[in-house]
Design a protein around this ligand. Structure first.
Ligand code: ADP
Length: 241
């Protein structure tokens, strides 16, 4: 990645969010650069999805700000929800073609087949979306949320409920998206894959960022032997060492 392109494409400053009486996020800040994978981790209910939606611009924070430096990008953020769903009755290729035409009528079949190749779905182009496995549906979701090459991608629990092989495929695909110059933000519980694929981990706990850095940095800073052990020490209050 060229140094001049490495300035933060996304910056969240002192973001807070409350649902009714429930304070979910309090003065949370982070930055994200193109070309990197950011994993938001934390226990269930810690606010990962809320934060992801705020970063993606789908949910307004109560206070604080989110800056997206996406230049003239037609589509600033690609968002993939936890359970993407597509209209029954269409094939994989027809589905993606539909989304590309929404953005740019000139985007043709070449784009569609290349995009399906990037996510490993070339062989499934003519299959009906209703017959796809959960993992293939997510891969199609990745292709759909990438249409127009948004500089930021926000992906909510892309591997929940998937087997290890498909989980690996999804993480590898998202790493490839990042390598092409996208800031990929995802929420996950899969700490093994985070260690392997995430450049930066953001651990959300008790309304705040309880730790952030590369997996190695977090392990060293907390004097633990693994990211899972850092997670446990923070979440279960084990403290440092
Ligand atoms: P996570 O993704 O880490 O599981 P969420 O961001 O989904 O956490 O939720 C954080 C907390 O906010 C949870 O307690 C959840 O029940 C609550 N919450 C999420 N969305 C809403 C909403 N629209 N209205 C009220 N409470 C919500």
């Amino acid at each position: 990645m060229n140094k001049t392109e490495s300035a933060a494409v996304l910056e969240a400053n002192d973001v807070s969010k409350t649902y009714g009486e429930l304070e979910v996020l309090k003065d949370v800040s982070m930055e994200a650069e193109r070309g990197r994978v950011y994993a938001l981790i934390g226990p269930n209910g810690s606010g990962k999805t809320t934060f992801l939606k705020i970063l993606a611009g789908l949910l307004p924070p109560d206070s604080g700000e989110v800056l997206r430096r996406t230049g003239g990008a037609e589509r600033a953020v690609g968002y993939l929800p936890q359970q993407p769903s597509f209209r029954d009755g269409f094939t994989v290729a027809e589905t993606l073609r539909f989304y590309t035409r929404l953005l740019d009528e000139k985007m043709g079949d070449g784009y569609v087949s290349e995009a399906l190749g990037d996510v490993g779905l070339s062989d499934a182009s003519n299959r009906r979306v209703s017959g796809l496995s959960g993992g293939m549906t997510r891969l199609l979701g990745v292709a759909q949320s990438r249409v127009g090459d948004p500089p930021i991608m926000a992906v909510d629990e892309p591997t929940s409920g998937l087997d290890p092989e498909m989980t690996g495929r999804i993480f590898e695909t998202l790493s490839g998206v990042a390598d092409n110059g996208t800031a990929v933000l995802l929420t996950t519980h899969d700490l093994d894959k985070v260690v392997r694929h995430a450049d930066k981990v953001v651990l959300i706990y008790d309304r705040r960022i309880a730790g952030s850095g590369s997996p190695d940095e977090l392990v060293n800073e907390h004097e633990r032997e693994s990211l899972a052990s850092v997670f446990d020490s923070v979440v279960r209050g084990g403290g440092r060492g």
